[in-house]
Write a protein that binds this ligand. Structure first.
Ligand code: SIN
Length: 320
Protein backbone atom coordinates (compact mmCIF):
# COMPACT_ATOMS: atom_id res chain seq x y z
CA UNK A 1 0.00 0.00 0.00
CA UNK A 2 1.38 3.42 -0.86
CA UNK A 3 2.16 5.91 1.87
CA UNK A 4 -0.31 8.28 0.24
CA UNK A 5 -3.20 5.85 0.72
CA UNK A 6 -2.35 5.45 4.41
CA UNK A 7 -2.51 9.23 4.80
CA UNK A 8 1.17 9.44 5.79
CA UNK A 9 3.09 12.54 4.66
CA UNK A 10 4.61 11.96 1.22
CA UNK A 11 8.34 12.19 0.75
CA UNK A 12 10.23 15.09 -0.73
CA UNK A 13 13.50 14.23 -2.47
CA UNK A 14 16.33 16.79 -2.42
CA UNK A 15 19.08 16.41 -5.02
CA UNK A 16 22.28 18.39 -4.46
CA UNK A 17 24.44 19.71 -7.28
CA UNK A 18 26.57 22.37 -5.52
CA UNK A 19 26.52 26.13 -6.17
CA UNK A 20 26.78 29.12 -3.85
CA UNK A 21 23.93 27.74 -1.74
CA UNK A 22 26.50 25.13 -0.70
CA UNK A 23 29.38 27.63 -0.73
CA UNK A 24 31.84 28.43 2.03
CA UNK A 25 33.90 31.57 2.69
CA UNK A 26 36.82 32.02 5.11
CA UNK A 27 35.19 35.24 6.37
CA UNK A 28 31.46 35.29 7.25
CA UNK A 29 31.27 38.98 6.28
CA UNK A 30 32.46 38.24 2.76
CA UNK A 31 29.59 37.45 0.40
CA UNK A 32 31.82 37.25 -2.68
CA UNK A 33 35.18 35.69 -1.76
CA UNK A 34 33.92 32.13 -1.32
CA UNK A 35 34.18 28.74 -2.90
CA UNK A 36 30.98 27.26 -4.32
CA UNK A 37 29.92 23.64 -3.77
CA UNK A 38 31.51 22.82 -0.38
CA UNK A 39 28.62 21.73 1.87
CA UNK A 40 26.77 18.51 1.17
CA UNK A 41 23.04 18.49 0.58
CA UNK A 42 22.59 16.75 3.98
CA UNK A 43 24.46 19.63 5.66
CA UNK A 44 22.16 22.15 3.95
CA UNK A 45 19.06 20.29 5.13
CA UNK A 46 20.35 20.04 8.69
CA UNK A 47 19.69 23.76 9.15
CA UNK A 48 16.01 23.50 8.26
CA UNK A 49 13.44 23.47 11.06
CA UNK A 50 11.97 20.02 11.77
CA UNK A 51 9.18 19.26 9.35
CA UNK A 52 6.39 16.70 9.17
CA UNK A 53 7.45 15.78 5.67
CA UNK A 54 10.05 13.00 5.31
CA UNK A 55 13.05 14.02 3.25
CA UNK A 56 15.39 11.92 1.18
CA UNK A 57 18.66 13.58 0.11
CA UNK A 58 21.11 12.62 -2.63
CA UNK A 59 24.28 14.31 -3.85
CA UNK A 60 24.13 14.11 -7.66
CA UNK A 61 27.10 16.46 -8.22
CA UNK A 62 29.18 18.97 -6.29
CA UNK A 63 30.13 21.73 -8.74
CA UNK A 64 30.18 25.46 -9.37
CA UNK A 65 27.40 25.62 -11.95
CA UNK A 66 29.58 27.60 -14.38
CA UNK A 67 31.17 24.20 -15.02
CA UNK A 68 27.86 22.47 -15.80
CA UNK A 69 28.16 19.65 -18.33
CA UNK A 70 25.85 17.26 -20.13
CA UNK A 71 26.94 14.36 -17.86
CA UNK A 72 25.57 16.15 -14.78
CA UNK A 73 22.39 17.15 -16.60
CA UNK A 74 21.79 13.59 -17.62
CA UNK A 75 22.48 12.16 -14.14
CA UNK A 76 20.18 14.78 -12.64
CA UNK A 77 17.38 14.19 -15.15
CA UNK A 78 17.61 10.42 -14.57
CA UNK A 79 17.37 10.83 -10.79
CA UNK A 80 14.44 13.26 -11.16
CA UNK A 81 12.63 10.83 -13.49
CA UNK A 82 13.31 7.96 -11.11
CA UNK A 83 11.96 9.74 -8.05
CA UNK A 84 8.99 11.38 -9.75
CA UNK A 85 7.84 7.89 -10.76
CA UNK A 86 7.54 6.83 -7.09
CA UNK A 87 3.95 7.07 -5.77
CA UNK A 88 5.05 8.20 -2.34
CA UNK A 89 7.21 11.07 -3.65
CA UNK A 90 5.47 14.43 -3.73
CA UNK A 91 8.14 16.24 -5.68
CA UNK A 92 11.85 16.89 -6.12
CA UNK A 93 13.98 19.84 -5.03
CA UNK A 94 17.33 20.48 -6.75
CA UNK A 95 19.93 22.66 -5.04
CA UNK A 96 21.94 24.41 -7.77
CA UNK A 97 24.23 27.34 -8.49
CA UNK A 98 22.58 30.45 -9.89
CA UNK A 99 24.88 30.91 -12.88
CA UNK A 100 23.52 28.21 -15.20
CA UNK A 101 20.36 27.41 -13.27
CA UNK A 102 18.10 28.60 -16.10
CA UNK A 103 19.82 26.17 -18.49
CA UNK A 104 19.39 23.18 -16.18
CA UNK A 105 15.78 24.20 -15.54
CA UNK A 106 15.08 24.32 -19.28
CA UNK A 107 16.84 21.00 -19.92
CA UNK A 108 14.73 19.29 -17.22
CA UNK A 109 11.57 21.03 -18.44
CA UNK A 110 12.11 19.67 -21.95
CA UNK A 111 12.64 16.08 -20.84
CA UNK A 112 10.47 15.51 -17.77
CA UNK A 113 6.71 15.24 -18.14
CA UNK A 114 5.05 14.78 -14.75
CA UNK A 115 2.18 16.27 -12.81
CA UNK A 116 4.56 16.81 -9.91
CA UNK A 117 6.91 19.70 -9.12
CA UNK A 118 10.66 19.84 -9.67
CA UNK A 119 11.89 22.93 -7.82
CA UNK A 120 15.34 24.37 -8.43
CA UNK A 121 16.66 26.41 -5.53
CA UNK A 122 19.83 28.46 -5.21
CA UNK A 123 21.40 31.31 -3.26
CA UNK A 124 23.42 34.43 -3.96
CA UNK A 125 25.33 34.26 -0.68
CA UNK A 126 27.38 31.34 0.59
CA UNK A 127 26.04 29.12 3.35
CA UNK A 128 28.66 30.51 5.76
CA UNK A 129 27.57 34.17 5.30
CA UNK A 130 26.35 36.21 8.28
CA UNK A 131 22.96 36.50 6.58
CA UNK A 132 22.73 33.69 4.04
CA UNK A 133 19.74 33.60 1.70
CA UNK A 134 19.94 29.86 1.00
CA UNK A 135 18.04 28.64 4.11
CA UNK A 136 15.04 30.87 3.38
CA UNK A 137 15.05 29.90 -0.30
CA UNK A 138 15.19 26.23 0.73
CA UNK A 139 12.25 26.71 3.12
CA UNK A 140 10.33 28.36 0.26
CA UNK A 141 11.20 25.43 -2.01
CA UNK A 142 9.80 23.04 0.64
CA UNK A 143 6.57 25.06 0.80
CA UNK A 144 6.32 25.07 -2.99
CA UNK A 145 6.99 21.37 -3.53
CA UNK A 146 4.28 20.50 -1.02
CA UNK A 147 1.67 22.82 -2.51
CA UNK A 148 -1.26 20.78 -3.84
CA UNK A 149 -1.42 21.01 -7.64
CA UNK A 150 2.03 22.55 -8.08
CA UNK A 151 3.80 20.92 -11.00
CA UNK A 152 6.34 21.44 -13.75
CA UNK A 153 9.94 22.62 -13.46
CA UNK A 154 9.98 25.68 -11.20
CA UNK A 155 12.63 27.99 -9.79
CA UNK A 156 12.23 29.70 -6.44
CA UNK A 157 14.41 32.59 -5.37
CA UNK A 158 13.79 35.47 -2.95
CA UNK A 159 10.12 34.59 -2.62
CA UNK A 160 9.37 34.54 -6.33
CA UNK A 161 8.54 31.40 -8.31
CA UNK A 162 9.48 31.25 -11.99
CA UNK A 163 8.70 28.75 -14.74
CA UNK A 164 11.64 27.04 -16.48
CA UNK A 165 10.66 28.43 -19.87
CA UNK A 166 10.80 32.07 -18.78
CA UNK A 167 13.34 32.21 -15.96
CA UNK A 168 16.55 34.09 -16.46
CA UNK A 169 19.33 35.25 -14.15
CA UNK A 170 19.05 39.02 -14.39
CA UNK A 171 21.35 40.38 -11.74
CA UNK A 172 24.95 39.70 -10.79
CA UNK A 173 24.62 40.50 -7.10
CA UNK A 174 21.11 41.08 -5.74
CA UNK A 175 19.44 38.34 -3.73
CA UNK A 176 16.43 38.59 -6.04
CA UNK A 177 18.59 37.65 -9.01
CA UNK A 178 16.01 35.97 -11.26
CA UNK A 179 13.16 37.25 -13.39
CA UNK A 180 10.61 35.91 -15.86
CA UNK A 181 10.61 38.83 -18.28
CA UNK A 182 7.24 39.82 -19.73
CA UNK A 183 5.59 36.64 -18.43
CA UNK A 184 6.23 37.48 -14.78
CA UNK A 185 6.47 35.00 -11.90
CA UNK A 186 4.15 32.00 -11.64
CA UNK A 187 3.71 32.45 -7.89
CA UNK A 188 5.07 34.05 -4.75
CA UNK A 189 6.01 32.39 -1.46
CA UNK A 190 5.04 34.56 1.48
CA UNK A 191 5.66 33.37 5.05
CA UNK A 192 5.43 29.78 3.90
CA UNK A 193 2.23 30.28 1.89
CA UNK A 194 2.29 29.96 -1.89
CA UNK A 195 0.25 32.57 -3.78
CA UNK A 196 -0.19 31.40 -7.36
CA UNK A 197 -0.74 34.12 -9.98
CA UNK A 198 -0.74 32.07 -13.21
CA UNK A 199 -0.88 28.46 -14.36
CA UNK A 200 1.76 25.93 -13.34
CA UNK A 201 4.03 25.09 -16.31
CA UNK A 202 3.06 21.40 -16.42
CA UNK A 203 3.80 19.12 -19.33
CA UNK A 204 1.22 16.41 -20.04
CA UNK A 205 2.59 13.21 -18.47
CA UNK A 206 3.35 10.53 -21.05
CA UNK A 207 5.19 7.98 -18.88
CA UNK A 208 8.28 8.23 -21.09
CA UNK A 209 10.51 10.68 -19.20
CA UNK A 210 13.01 8.07 -18.04
CA UNK A 211 13.28 6.49 -21.48
CA UNK A 212 13.59 9.93 -23.14
CA UNK A 213 16.52 10.90 -20.90
CA UNK A 214 18.22 7.49 -21.03
CA UNK A 215 18.20 7.50 -24.84
CA UNK A 216 20.41 10.59 -25.12
CA UNK A 217 24.01 9.45 -25.05
CA UNK A 218 25.55 12.78 -25.97
CA UNK A 219 24.42 16.20 -27.11
CA UNK A 220 25.59 17.43 -30.51
CA UNK A 221 27.84 20.47 -30.37
CA UNK A 222 25.99 23.76 -30.78
CA UNK A 223 27.84 27.07 -30.33
CA UNK A 224 26.56 30.57 -29.58
CA UNK A 225 27.86 33.65 -31.40
CA UNK A 226 26.98 37.27 -30.71
CA UNK A 227 26.18 40.04 -33.18
CA UNK A 228 27.64 43.41 -32.18
CA UNK A 229 29.09 46.58 -33.67
CA UNK A 230 32.02 45.57 -35.82
CA UNK A 231 31.06 41.87 -35.80
CA UNK A 232 32.45 39.87 -38.69
CA UNK A 233 32.19 36.26 -39.72
CA UNK A 234 35.63 35.12 -38.58
CA UNK A 235 34.45 33.15 -35.55
CA UNK A 236 31.87 31.31 -37.64
CA UNK A 237 34.41 30.54 -40.38
CA UNK A 238 36.84 29.24 -37.74
CA UNK A 239 34.10 26.93 -36.49
CA UNK A 240 33.42 25.69 -40.02
CA UNK A 241 37.14 24.98 -40.48
CA UNK A 242 37.19 22.55 -37.52
CA UNK A 243 37.66 18.82 -38.05
CA UNK A 244 34.32 17.05 -38.67
CA UNK A 245 34.43 15.36 -35.24
CA UNK A 246 34.41 18.71 -33.39
CA UNK A 247 32.70 20.97 -35.90
CA UNK A 248 29.42 22.28 -34.51
CA UNK A 249 26.21 20.82 -35.89
CA UNK A 250 24.40 23.97 -34.90
CA UNK A 251 24.99 27.64 -34.20
CA UNK A 252 22.72 29.99 -32.27
CA UNK A 253 23.25 33.63 -33.03
CA UNK A 254 22.33 36.20 -30.39
CA UNK A 255 21.28 39.06 -32.64
CA UNK A 256 20.65 42.68 -31.84
CA UNK A 257 17.12 44.00 -31.22
CA UNK A 258 14.51 41.91 -33.03
CA UNK A 259 17.12 39.35 -34.09
CA UNK A 260 18.99 41.50 -36.59
CA UNK A 261 22.53 40.46 -37.47
CA UNK A 262 25.56 42.40 -38.70
CA UNK A 263 25.71 41.82 -42.46
CA UNK A 264 29.29 40.43 -42.34
CA UNK A 265 28.33 37.92 -39.64
CA UNK A 266 25.11 37.07 -41.48
CA UNK A 267 27.07 36.17 -44.62
CA UNK A 268 29.18 33.69 -42.64
CA UNK A 269 26.10 32.24 -40.94
CA UNK A 270 24.42 31.76 -44.31
CA UNK A 271 27.55 29.95 -45.46
CA UNK A 272 27.29 27.71 -42.35
CA UNK A 273 23.66 26.99 -43.15
CA UNK A 274 24.60 26.11 -46.73
CA UNK A 275 27.12 23.63 -45.27
CA UNK A 276 24.36 21.85 -43.30
CA UNK A 277 24.99 23.55 -39.96
CA UNK A 278 21.65 24.39 -38.32
CA UNK A 279 21.55 28.12 -37.52
CA UNK A 280 18.93 29.65 -35.21
CA UNK A 281 18.42 33.33 -34.59
CA UNK A 282 17.69 34.80 -31.13
CA UNK A 283 18.13 38.19 -29.53
CA UNK A 284 20.68 39.45 -27.05
CA UNK A 285 17.93 41.67 -25.54
CA UNK A 286 16.87 40.53 -22.06
CA UNK A 287 13.16 40.80 -22.83
CA UNK A 288 10.93 40.10 -25.79
CA UNK A 289 10.72 37.42 -28.49
CA UNK A 290 12.14 37.66 -32.00
CA UNK A 291 9.01 38.56 -33.95
CA UNK A 292 8.44 37.69 -37.62
CA UNK A 293 9.38 40.70 -39.77
CA UNK A 294 9.30 39.66 -43.41
CA UNK A 295 11.63 37.10 -44.97
CA UNK A 296 14.86 36.24 -43.17
CA UNK A 297 17.35 33.58 -44.24
CA UNK A 298 17.77 32.29 -40.67
CA UNK A 299 14.87 30.85 -38.63
CA UNK A 300 14.07 32.60 -35.35
CA UNK A 301 13.90 30.75 -32.03
CA UNK A 302 11.03 33.07 -31.07
CA UNK A 303 10.95 33.58 -27.28
CA UNK A 304 13.96 31.43 -26.35
CA UNK A 305 17.03 33.15 -24.96
CA UNK A 306 20.33 32.23 -26.67
CA UNK A 307 21.28 29.68 -23.98
CA UNK A 308 17.86 28.02 -24.02
CA UNK A 309 17.73 28.00 -27.83
CA UNK A 310 21.09 26.22 -27.75
CA UNK A 311 19.64 23.49 -25.51
CA UNK A 312 16.53 23.22 -27.67
CA UNK A 313 18.62 22.86 -30.83
CA UNK A 314 20.95 20.29 -29.22
CA UNK A 315 17.92 18.23 -28.13
CA UNK A 316 16.33 18.53 -31.56
CA UNK A 317 19.56 17.42 -33.25
CA UNK A 318 19.78 14.52 -30.77
CA UNK A 319 16.22 13.52 -31.68
CA UNK A 320 14.98 14.06 -28.11
C1 SIN B 1 27.28 28.75 -9.19
O1 SIN B 1 26.52 29.08 -10.11
O2 SIN B 1 27.49 27.56 -8.89
C2 SIN B 1 28.03 29.79 -8.42
C3 SIN B 1 27.31 31.07 -8.34
C4 SIN B 1 26.02 31.00 -7.61
O3 SIN B 1 25.48 29.96 -7.24
O4 SIN B 1 25.46 32.12 -7.38
Amino acid sequence: MSLKKEGVARRVVVLGTGGTIAGSAPNARDNLGYRAACLTVEELLAHLPPDACPLHAEQVAQIDSKDMEFGVWKALALRCAHWLAQDDVQGVIVTHGTDTLEETAYFLHRLLAWRKPVVLVSAMRPATALAPDGPQNLRDAMALVRTPGACGVLVVCAGRVHGAQDVRKEHTYRLDAFGSGDAGPVAYVEEGAVRQVRGWPCAAPDGRSLERVARITELPRVDIVLSHAGADGRIVRALLAQAPSVRPQGVVVAGTGNGSIHSALLAALEQAQAENVRVWRTTRCAYGPVLPAGEHPLPAARELSPVKARIELMLELAGA
